[in-house]
Ligand binder design. Structure first.
Ligand SMILES: C[S@@+](CC[C@H](N)C(=O)[O-])C[C@H]1O[C@@H](n2cnc3c(N)ncnc32)[C@H](O)[C@@H]1O
Length: 241
């Protein structure tokens, strides 16, 4: 579960170009917000997570918030009792690139909900057991060393803290098709931007290997695990000792 640095750099170049387009297109910004709302919907369905927010003041981190600078932490992590952080290897893009003035002012207001550090999650330094909540949505299949990221998240979480993951997953048939097409067209943008691909089960195993207990998961039903289209799987994972 590791790709060469150069392959990750190529993925990040495509990623940046993609975000430069997104930030200039109102419809694409709204689509990104809808993605974060889907993650929030999953989080709202996990009763154990509600207990984390009821603890009083908590520290939360979003890994790979994205150059738009919204993410879950920007849009939903604004409770008075949450001290929030966000990291991404790419810089936050200037809000002046947003075509709609009101939307630009909304985004700059949301960015104030957290402190941002430009860093890859494999290299970032946070004190151990600092966070009660870490969110990592649509990042692992874009990263260089996803398992190292998961192990870092485990280290940064306090005992009983939660990692919430959203990750693109393929069915078994989809995985075979992906690997075949990737060989034929390795420079295709979609393959460059997603250096890792896996089934719901494979990502679940990676989370368990990093030390997490899966409290709740949302993924494809049995038939779709074999034959279905790509989809976003969600996992709520707890650090237990
Ligand atoms: C598809 S975007 C998702 C952004 C955001 N989480 C969202 O859902 O809108 C993938 C993000 O992962 C970030 N990323 C890639 N490799 C990473 C790494 N090693 N550590 C942290 N973030 C990474 C990229 O820079 C990019 O912002």
């Amino acid at each position: 579960m590791e790709i060469p640095f150069q392959a990750w750099q190529a993925a990040q170049q495509e990623e940046l170009a993609n975000w430069q387009h997104t930030i200039g297109t109102t419809r694409d910004i709204l689509a990104e917000m809808a993605d974060s709302a889907a993650l929030d919907g999953f989080m709202a369905s996990v009763s154990e997570l509600r207990k984390v927010f009821e603890q009083g003041s908590i520290e939360a981190l979003e890994v790979g918030v994205g150059p738009l600078g919204l993410g879950w932490v920007g849009l939903f992590g604004n409770a008075a009792s949450v001290r929030a952080w966000a990291i991404d290897p790419l810089p936050l893009l200037p809000v002046e690139l947003v075509p709609d003035k009101d939307l630009a002012s909304f985004i700059s207001q949301k960015r104030r909900n957290y402190r941002f550090f430009q860093a890859a999650a494999e290299e970032a330094q946070f004190p151990p057991e600092r966070m009660q909540l870490i969110v990592c949505d649509n990042v692992l299949d874009h990263a260089q060393k996803p398992l190292v990221i998961l192990k870092n998240c485990w280290r940064w979480l306090s005992v009983h803290g939660f990692l919430v993951v959203g990750v693109n997953t393929l069915s078994l048939a989809g995985l075979i098709k992906w690997r075949l097409l990737q060989r034929v067209r390795p420079t295709n943008r979609n393959f460059v931007m997603h250096p890792h691909c896996g089934t719901h089960r494979a990502w679940r195993s990676a989370l368990v290997r990093a030390g997490f207990c899966i409290t709740r998961e949302q993924g494809p039903a049995i038939v779709r695990r074999i034959l279905g289209h790509a989809m976003r799987s969600y996992f709520a994972c707890q650090k237990k000792l």
